[in-house]
Design a protein around this ligand. Structure first.
Ligand code: NAP
Length: 299
């Protein structure tokens, strides 16, 4: 059976380190890192995420600010808030929780965030830096950054010679994940909905990353024996066995069968999920270091 990669424990490690480095920064007379989280509307899932981000920021010792805005907030008003946060020296990271209401152009909002405060890593400048290998100053999207840390825990930092297959090509997960693996010297293939014979391609992967959004699509016999399997998917499916109307979370990988083939595998929940918030904290700390003229810490 595969080693189970404990994302919860790695995420706790990251948060612990961020907390210690924040104390050190403050002890050296620098300002504490500041994170502003902006949420528009009442989407319950978004409210849970945002509350968790703000709570973890406080736990890290950050200056934590939250703007909770009504769904009818205008694009203009939101742009003004972003502009003010861009200009605020106490803020190092700005996160706008997605999705935004339909009347607001999310792309425009994201591109208005100052690149050096774009701790979600979605601004074109940060996308370009990752694509060109400028990793010293790039902000990398939190979910692929966290996935990469989990891969490194199993395989080390230099992945020379390994074949990686990333299933999914979104701007938030698939593409940045592929760029990170390339930067670590993997031979990378990106698969998507038009890929032919995905099972055969997946079987070539020493590192297989699933970021699809389809419950348990990747079967055990798609996994090369000994492969490292990173399951980014979070899918809620009905679980009548738990009672009427109940549901449970599963990944994009059929976990039980894949675990019989893989060398190491992330569970869902408890794998990649907890890493996302931890890496948001790491990115905000990195932004504060860079703003203070210091070399960013590595994780
Ligand atoms: P997305 O934007 O919907 O992208 C899904 C990708 O999967 C697309 O590139 C799509 O291909 C590809 N795909 C769809 N069906 C496929 C098939 N049958 N065969 C091969 N590829 C297929 O999703 P996302 O935002 O990247 O998220 C992916 C999953 O990760 C979701 O379950 C999401 O909930 C989860 N997620 C988790 C976290 C976390 O914190 N752990 C964060 C973000 C996302 P095309 O491009 O050809 O359409």
């Amino acid at each position: 059976m595969a080693e189970v990669i404990d994302g919860k424990s790695v995420a706790e490690d990251v948060v612990r380190t961020v907390k210690a480095l924040t104390s050190e920064l403050v002890a050296n007379g620098k300002a504490k890192p500041g994170l502003a989280v902006v949420i528009v509307g009442e989407d319950p899932a978004s409210q849970v995420y945002v509350a968790s981000k703000s709570r973890t920021a406080k736990e890290c010792g950050f200056h934590s600010l939250q703007h909770t805005l009504p769904a009818e907030t205008s694009e203009e008003a939101l742009l003004k808030i972003i502009g003010d946060l861009n200009a605020d020296p106490a803020i190092n990271g700005i996160l706008v929780q997605l999705p935004l209401p339909a009347h607001i152009d999310a792309g425009k909002i994201i591109q208005t965030i100052a690149p050096e405060k774009d701790v979600d890593g979605f601004h074109f400048i940060n996308v370009g830096k990752l694509g060109t290998g400028e990793l010293e100053t790039a902000f990398v999207p939190c979910t692929p950054a966290g996935s990469m840390l989990l891969i490194e825990r199993v395989r080390g930092k230099d992945l020379s010679g390994l074949n990686a297959v990333v299933v999914g090509r979104s701007n938030i997960v698939g593409k940045p994940m592929a760029n990170l693996l390339l930067a670590a010297n993997c031979t990378v293939t990106i698969a998507h909905s038009r890929t032919k014979d995905l099972p055969a391609l997946a079987r070539t992967a020493d590192i297989l990353v699933a970021a699809v959004g389809r419950p348990e699509m990747i079967k055990g016999d798609w996994v090369k024996p000994g492969a490292t399997v990173i399951d980014v998917g979070i899918n809620r499916i009905p679980a009548p066995e738990k009672g009427e109307g109940k549901s449970r979370l599963v990944g994009d990988v059929a976990y039980a069968e894949a675990a019989r083939q893989a060398g190491a595998i992330t569970p869902v929940p408890g794998g990649v999920g907890p890493m996302t918030i931890a890496m948001l904290m790491a990115n905000t700390l990195a932004s504060a270091y860079l703003a203070a003229g210091l070399k960013r810490p590595s994780f």
